[in-house]
Write a protein that binds this ligand. Structure first.
Ligand code: FHN
Length: 453
C-alpha cells in the first residue's frame, strides 16, 4: 500500500512541476534581439498601472488624513508600527475582485498591457510566496492568488501582463533602512544603511522575483521601484537585470532595476545603468528623448486608493496626455487604485470608458506610431506612422484655418473620422493652411490624416 501511495505522490509532484508555468530550463525560448523584444511594447503605447494591497483598506486615513497623494504609503505616512500595520493584511478580503472584469475594462480603454503591484513598500505580497507567510494566501482571508488570476485573465483576453515590484520592504527585518522602529529611515538619509540588506537581496528579494518569473507563465514586464535606498547598489541592479533575463529572456525591465532613474525625471542618460526604458513619473518630458521611455501617472493625486482625493484629471486631459506622450515617442502607464473590496473607483471607470471611446475611433494614429519629426504646433501634436502624419488638434480653430508645418509635403488631408471628405489646403510662406469644418469632430482631440507626396 505504501509503495502505491508513494508512486501517487511522485506522479502528483511531477504533474505540479509540469503545470507551474515556467520550467527552469528556458533553452526552448527563442531569444529575441532587443528590438524584437521591445517591439510589442513600443507599439502598445498605453498600459494600465494598478496599485493595490493592504493599504487599499486604509484609504489614506487614520483619524487624520494623508495630505496630498501617497495612500499606498499609509504605513509610513500614518505612522503605523510594523505590528499595527500587520493587522491590515489580515483584513484583506476583496470579495468583489474579478480579474476578468479588470482586464476587460483595461482592454476596452485601449490599454495593451497591465502592470500590478506584486509587492509595494509595505512588503505584503499579492501572490503565494514560498519564502514568506506575509502574503495573500497565508495571511489574508481572501486566499486567492491575485497575480495568478490577473496573469491568466490578461493572457485569455490577449493583453500583456507585468508586475511592479518594490526593492524597498518596510516589513522585512533585513531590508529596513534602520532596524526598528524607523523602517523607512533610508528614504531620505542615504547614510542610513542596513548591514543585513545583502542577505535580504540574496535570500528574499531574488527568490521572490524568481517565483514571479517562474510560476506564472510569461511575465512581459518587470517594473521595479524603491531603487533609491543606499543599501541597494548598482551592482545588485545589474545582476538583477541579468538574472531576470536568464529566467525569461524576453521580459522587458524598467530602469529602476538599477540606479539610473534620476528622480521623477526618470531618465539618467549619462550613466551606464541597466534597464530597457526610462520612467518619468507624474511628468512628461518637454521634448522627445532618444531612448525608450514610459511616463507613469495617477488619474487623481494618489497611486493607492484614497476616497477623499478628488483631484481627478478630466478625460480630455488624459486623452491629450496620451497624445502628447506618443508624439514624443513614449508610452503612457496610467494608474488606478482599486478599493479594499476589489472595485475600480467609479471616477476611474468613467475615464477608462472615455479613453476607450477615443482610442477606438483614433487608435490608428496612436498604436505603432512614432514620435513627431516636426516642431510641436501650438494647436496640438503630430504623430507619424507608415509614412502618414497625423495632426492631433487640441484647440480647434474658430475660423477653421489650421497652419501645418512647412516641412510637411502634403498630398491629401482628411478627417480621420471622415476619410471620404478631403480638406482643402493652400500653401503659404510658413506652411500650409487647412480649411477645416466649423465643428471639431471630437471635443478632446480631433485627428486629421495628412497623406504625404
Ligand atoms: O514610492 C513609490 C510610489 O508609492 C509609487 O509606487 C510610485 C509609482 O511609480 N513610485 C514610487 C515613488 O516614485
Amino acid at each position: 500500500m505504501k509503495s502505491l501511495k508513494k508512486s501517487i505522490v511522485v506522479i502528483l509532484i511531477f504533474m505540479t512541476a509540469l503545470n507551474t508555468g515556467y520550467s527552469q530550463n528556458t533553452s526552448h525560448i527563442k531569444k529575441l534581439s532587443d528590438d524584437e523584444r521591445m517591439e510589442w511594447w513600443r507599439d502598445a503605447k498605453f498600459g494600465l498601472f494598478i496599485h493595490w494591497g493592504a493599504y487599499s483598506i486604509i484609504g489614506g486615513e487614520r483619524g487624520e488624513r494623508i495630505a496630498g497623494g501617497g495612500a499606498e504609503w499609509a504605513m509610513d505616512k500614518l505612522d503605523f508600527t510594523i505590528e499595527e500595520y500587520e493587522k491590515f493584511p489580515k483584513m484583506f478580503d476583496p470579495q468583489l475582485f474579478n480579474a476578468d472584469d479588470w482586464v476587460k475594462m483595461a482592454k476596452d480603454a485601449g490599454m495593451k498591457y497591465i502592470v500590478i503591484t506584486s509587492k509595494h513598500h509595505d512588503g505584503f505580497c499579492l501572490w503565494d510566496s514560498e519564502v514568506t507567510d506575509y502574503d495573500i494566501m497565508d495571511t489574508a482571508p481572501i486566499k486567492r492568488d491575485i497575480i495568478k488570476e490577473l496573469a491568466e485573465a490578461s493572457r485569455k483576453q490577449g493583453i500583456k501582463f507585468g508586475v511592479y515590484h518594490s526593492i524597498v520592504d518596510w516589513h522585512h527585518p533585513q531590508a529596513q533602512g534602520n532596524l526598528f522602529p524607523n523602517y523607512n529611515a533610508g528614504q531620505k538619509d542615504q547614510t542610513v544603511v542596513n548591514p543585513e540588506f545583502p542577505e535580504y537581496y540574496k535570500n528574499y528579494l531574488k527568490p521572490q522575483v524568481k517565483e514571479l518569473l517562474t510560476n506564472y507563465g510569461d511575465i512581459d514586464v518587470v517594473w521595479f521601484d524603491g531603487d533609491w535606498i543606499a543599501d541597494y547598489t548598482t551592482e545588485m541592479g545589474k545582476e538583477m537585470y541579468s538574472y531576470i533575463r536568464e529566467l525569461q529572456p524576453n521580459t522587458i525591465i524598467n530602469n529602476r532595476v538599477d540606479k539610473g532613474r534620476k528622480g521623477m525625471e526618470g531618465m539618467d542618460m549619462e550613466g551606464n545603468f541597466a534597464g530597457d526604458f526610462g520612467t518619468p513619473e507624474q511628468e512628461i518630458p518637454a521634448t522627445g528623448i532618444d531612448s525608450d521611455w514610459e511616463a507613469c501617472m495617477t488619474m487623481n493625486g494618489t497611486w493607492g486608493y484614497k476616497p477623499d482625493d478628488t483631484k481627478w484629471k478630466s478625460s480630455e486631459d488624459l486623452i491629450q496626455k496620451l497624445v502628447d506622450i506618443v508624439s514624443k515617442g513614449g508610452n503612457f502607464l496610467l494608474n488606478i487604485g482599486p478599493d479594499g473590496f476589489g472595485r475600480f473607483p467609479a471616477q476611474s471607470i468613467r475615464r477608462l470608458k472615455a479613453m476607450g471611446d477615443w482610442t477606438d475611433a483614433n487608435g490608428n494614429a496612436i498604436y505603432g506610431a512614432t514620435a513627431s519629426p516636426y516642431d510641436m504646433p501650438e494647436w496640438g501634436r503630430y504623430t507619424k506612422k507608415d509614412g502618414v502624419v497625423y495632426a492631433h488638434v487640441f484647440d480647434w480653430p474658430e475660423d477653421g484655418q489650421l497652419v501645418i508645418n512647412k516641412n510637411i509635403k502634403l498630398k491629401k488631408a482628411t478627417l480621420l473620422l471622415a476619410p471620404q471628405t478631403e480638406i482643402s489646403s493652400n500653401k503659404i510662406a510658413n506652411g500650409t493652411v487647412l480649411q477645416l469644418p466649423k465643428e471639431a469632430p471630437d471635443q478632446s482631440v480631433s485627428v486629421i490624416k495628412l497623406e504625404l507626396r
